[in-house]
Design a protein around this ligand. Sequence first.
Ligand code: 9D3
Length: 249
Amino acid sequence: MRIDVITLFPEFIESCAGIGVVGRAQERGLLEVVTCNPRDFATDNHRTVDGRPFGGGPGMLMTIAPLRDALDRVRQASTEPARVIYLSPQGARLTQEKVVELARMDRVILLCGRYEGVDERVLENLVDEELSIGDYVLSGGELAAAIVIDAIGRLQDGALNDAQSAEQDSFAGGLLDCPHYTRPVSDDLGEVPEVLLSGDHAMIRRWRRKQALGRTWLRRPDLLTRVELDAESRTLLDEFRRDYRAAEN
Ligand code: 9D3
């Protein structure tokens, strides 16, 4: 997969995409992240890429020409059609479902805004989709693009496949993760739950499922309304609720 990023801060994107699982996917040739700076397409001495908003108001906007030229340039890299995504507070919320959809594509072009954003005509004519990473205010699209690249990139890495497919399932299950423990068994900070040391894998699986259901109920009840629970899961969640209420009193 190839991800092009149109950004005024290419070094930021390159450093993010160079490390960890995403960096490894690039080293293995499974993923290619390529940046393109619209400033390189500015035509005046000051290399201007911004303009004042018509109608007045605070801040500046990214002008059409450098963005159009940058898009034309990255499209030339292959004949493959690419989805053009603008990272924007006005976009639809990024979800794991969307990440999986994008990870299946051969090419994606991410457009990062700076200042107050881009001229609306770019969005109307050159952009296929707008994505937001959440309801808080960033200073530009780069951090959001880095998040999209990380989430897509880790799915390209073949070595991840085992843990990942299990995790995909659990995301498809729409639940939070259960608690995890490692050495030592006993510490000032507490003990490892006995069931995890029992070697009884059916019991362990049941305990983990119960914890995942219980934590989702406590922390993200919104997720529970979207998943359909089988009979065992309903029983486990009822058990968790009972334990929880008993511990409250
Ligand atoms: C006058 C209102 N503007 C500033 C408060 C609106 C505004 C313009 C540009 C707010 C944020 C930004 C820059 N943000 C992004 O480029 C961005 C973003 C975000 O801020 N939150 C969540 N997801 C994203 S994706 C891109």
